[in-house]
Design a protein around this ligand. Structure first.
Ligand code: NI
Length: 277
């Protein structure tokens, strides 16, 4: 028996590569996370950016709580099984009337993870209606082979390389995944997806949490991850520590080490040494 998803939802994920909405957080929990993020942004004078957008659960206790949230992990367990590592967590924020967009892509393209049992739980910390540039997916595309991508490094593209699928994607096949604050969507690492700019007057804030079972290998670098449920009998990753307080020296050091490894994987073959925007 699945823990939080229906059997039909689990079947849809495996057949179509996505499922939504999952009732992950209460509205109050989502609002509390948003308030924490925005307090940090007020203190630092701008939106969270560059390397700090990634592996945020190593920096902030509230983000660490989020990647350990029982309902989120129950959804992950329904898809991946009882042993779960958190590989990364990344903010995808579109400001009000922001030209930022995400081109059509398969996440698996540069990540180096094998096999492709990699689940993203995309948690909405604000409402994310279609007009805010919600995610759009191509059902069943997780069964495509890895498609060739070209790097654009486009100014307003939120992806690490501005990568986009090098062949035409039929927009008419796309399915939007609008969410309300606190809801989550699930998608497979090879599912083709993208999103448009935010045309609303509020920020659209999502945290994409990437989970793997511990048998999944990182082929590009010696990587690190955090065990968040069950056990890891494989040892393919160095274990990351949970932050004891927000942005404390140990958390910052652990984050720097972990992000350096991730940069080594995602930007392999380029001269990039930090995440864009
Ligand atoms: Ni993606």
């Amino acid at each position: 028996m699945p823990k939080i998803l229906s059997e039909a939802a689990v079947a849809q994920y495996h057949d179509q590569g996505f499922f939504f909405p999952v009732p992950a957080l209460t509205g109050d929990e989502a609002a509390a996370c948003r308030a924490e993020l925005e307090a940090y942004e007020r203190n630092t004078g701008g939106p969270i950016a560059s390397n700090l957008r990634h592996k945020v659960h190593l920096l902030f206790t509230w983000a660490n709580d989020l990647v350990h949230h029982p309902r989120i992990l129950d959804a992950a367990e329904d898809i991946l099984g009882p042993d779960i590592l958190c590989w990364t967590s990344t903010f995808f924020i579109k400001e009000a009337r922001d030209p930022g967009f995400v081109s059509w892509h398969q996440d698996a393209t540069y990540w180096g993870l094998d096999p492709d049992d990699v689940l993203t739980v995309w948690v909405a910390l604000s409402d994310a209606p279609i007009e805010s540039g919600s995610m759009k997916v191509i059902p069943g595309s997780h069964k495509w082979p890895q498609v060739e991508h070209r790097d654009t490094y486009h100014e307003h593209n939120l992806l690490s390389r501005g990568q986009e699928i090098a062949v035409e994607v039929n927009e008419d096949e796309g399915v939007f995944m609008p969410l309300r604050a606190g809801e989550a969507s699930l998608h497979h690492v090879k599912l083709a997806h993208g999103s448009a700019p935010n045309t609303t007057d509020d920020r659209r804030i999502g945290l994409a949490i990437r989970y793997i079972p511990p048998n999944v290998r990182q082929l590009k670098v010696r990587d690190s991850a955090m065990l968040v449920r069950g056990t890891d009998p494989f040892g393919h990753y160095d274990m990351e520590p949970e932050p004891q307080s927000d942005l404390d020296p140990a958390a910052l050091a652990a984050h720097q080490d972990a992000v350096a490894r991730q940069l080594g994987a995602l930007y392999q073959g380029t001269d990039k040494t930090e995440f864009r925007a």
